[in-house]
Design a protein around this ligand. Structure first.
Ligand code: GTP
Ligand code: MG
Length: 363
């Protein structure tokens, strides 16, 4: 294509220290340099870019051996209709169970909380149930192991209740129904059971397999039973992860802090995230400068099913992005730059297409 004969190419290669012969393949980077020497610019073929991406994803998403997996804590999302008591329920759980509030810790909002029940841990995601699910599912990310569907006993199944049921079903996540506000005189748990049955959630005491727990977030009734049920369901899920590998996690939320720069809450899903690790998430990269747990305490390591706020990213990532630890800062930057480049190319393509269409219209 360059109209240069092979001898010239070989001579150039040799002058650059590559002892090539005519039957030898050279890599893309070398080819680019040589082409530039002849005054050409090399652009990667789309297929080539695509196959490199696949390789990259395979490298990041490696599977673990069965024998390396050990039990991990469940990650629970609370969902339900507006005002049915999601936040109150989480507060009630925290108040009943939060014992170790570290004095002198750095107050830092982490969109998740960890609760200890007996010797087990449960991680609750505070993010408004729906938004978290929608944003994450849009990115194909799944962080929830169990969904708690809060239905107010004085109000019943409402549009967002149905939406929540559909989200959880689509994500194949087991649902536990918390029938809330049972302290209210007009509360009618049987009506709720009837209504959820119409949406495919048949209560256990009606012969189905949906666990229903009557609770009052206000009066803190039924909270221990609910927690027990969560652990029971989680146990049946046999949740496991390998803590001894490079970490992989998912961004739950992120924001730009004036003093600290980008702060992202990550739920670690595989491996152990450590301060100093090189990470890439979406088009953001960086070295983990500090990690803060849900109690506001600085920590050095976070294993599977641990929510942590991390500092040190180059930009604010989107919720639902996967976060990967890679071998070096250089690699993290390279992957992030590649992704940015791809987004730029996509944008360029659409703008070019639009302007061409405009042009034809004018003709
Ligand atoms: P959104 O975040 O707006 O969707 O609402 P939510 O589902 O988080 O509900 P929230 O916890 O804010 O509670 C809504 C209202 O219901 C508040 O006024 C609570 O005090 C009240 N409430 C929540 N739980 C109970 C309960 O068990 N009994 C009674 N009587 N009231 C409750
Ligand atoms: Mg709320």
């Amino acid at each position: 294509k360059m109209s240069v004969n092979s001898n010239q190419v070989i001579t150039k290669l040799i002058s650059l220290g590559v002892m090539a012969n005519i039957n030898q393949e050279i890599d893309h980077d070398t080819a680019s340099i040589i082409a530039e020497e002849f005054g050409f610019i090399v652009v990667k073929h789309e297929d080539e870019v695509a196959s490199e991406e696949t390789n990259e994803q395979e490298m990041l998403d490696f599977e673990d051996k069965e024998e390396d997996l050990i039990e991990r804590s469940p990650v629970v999302t609370v969902m339900g209709h507006v005002d049915h008591g999601k936040t109150s329920l989480l507060d009630a759980i925290r108040e009943t169970k939060v014992t170790e509030r570290e004095a002198g810790g750095i107050t830092q909002h982490v969109g998740a909380s960890t609760v200890k029940v007996n010797d087990k841990r449960i991680v609750f995601l505070d993010t408004p149930g729906h938004e978290a699910f929608t944003a994450m599912r849009a990115r194909g990310a799944q962080v929830t192991d169990v969904a708690i569907l809060v239905v107010a006993a004085d109000d019943g199944v409402m549009p967002q209740t149905i939406e929540a049921i559909n989200h959880a079903k689509a994500a194949n996540v087991p649902i536990i129904v918390a029938i809330n506000k049972i302290d209210k005189p007009e509360a009618n748990p049987d009506r709720i059971k009837q209504e959820i049955t119409e949406h495919g959630l048949v209560p256990e005491d009606w012969g189905g397999d949906t666990i229903c727990v009557p609770v009052s977030a206000l009066k803190k009734q039924g909270i221990d039973e609910l927690l027990e049920m969560i652990l029971l369901v989680a146990e049946m899920e046999e949740l496991k992860a390998n803590p001894n590998r490079r970490a992989k996690g998912t961004i739950i939320e992120a924001e730009l802090d004036k003093g600290k720069g980008p702060v992202a809450t990550v739920i670690v899903q595989k491996g152990t995230l450590k301060v100093g690790d090189a990470v890439v998430t979406g088009t953001a990269h960086g070295k983990v400068r500090a990690m803060i747990d849900d109690k506001g305490k600085r920590i050095k390591e976070a294993g599977p099913s641990t929510p942590v706020a991390i500092l040190g990213l180059s930009e604010v990532p989107d919720a639902g992005e996967h976060l990967y630890v890679v071998e070096s800062d250089k690699k993290a930057r390279e992957i992030a730059e590649n992704r940015k480049e791809k987004i730029r190319m996509e944008q360029l393509k659409t703008t070019q297409k639009v302007s061409l269409d405009d042009l034809f219209e004018q003709i």
